[in-house]
Design a protein around this ligand. Structure first.
Ligand code: FES
Length: 148
């Protein structure tokens, strides 16, 4: 059948925010979705106070993955890393007025990619971010050939 998307999902899919890369990013996270094989990479620029100054993403993924990443980058921008850690895929879906049930797994990519980027940041700076665990879906520096 036809999958119905909210207007916000369509908007973020047609006009995704913050697509691209950040050179010398404070943290980079690349994750794969075990269910479909789609891939997402998120770049974070974090200042000395732990505030996210910039956030960009690239994905080789479906429309729902594009829309959730776009929304996730908007949500975490300007947040402290401790707050950004609490941005769940549910929060991102709520901000998009929901996703069809068969597309909920797509929203996990954004949450996991943010966690992977925060993990990378913590590793590089030798700090521990309370409540953050090493993302299991992190596929590291593996080259992502196709990009959004
Ligand atoms: Fe793979 Fe949506 S189908 S992320």
């Amino acid at each position: 059948g036809i999958i119905m998307y909210s207007e916000k999902v369509m908007d973020h899919f047609s006009n995704p925010r913050n697509v691209g890369e950040i050179e010398n990013a404070s943290g980079v996270g690349t994750v794969g979705n075990a269910k479909c094989g789609d891939i997402m990479r998120i770049y974070l620029d974090i200042d000395q106070d732990g505030v996210i100054k910039d956030c960009k993403f690239k994905t080789f993924g479906c429309g729902a993955a594009v829309a959730t990443s776009s929304m996730a980058t908007e949500l975490v921008m300007g947040m402290h890393i401790n707050e950004a850690l609490k941005v769940t895929n549910k929060a991102v879906m709520d901000a998009l007025d929901g996703l069809p049930p068969v597309k909920v797994h797509c929203s996990l990519l954004a949450e996991e990619a943010i966690h992977a980027a925060l993990w990378d940041y913590a590793q590089k700076h030798n700090i521990i971010i309370e409540g953050l665990e090493q993302p299991k879906t992190d596929i590291g520096e593996e080259e992502v050939e196709e990009e959004y």
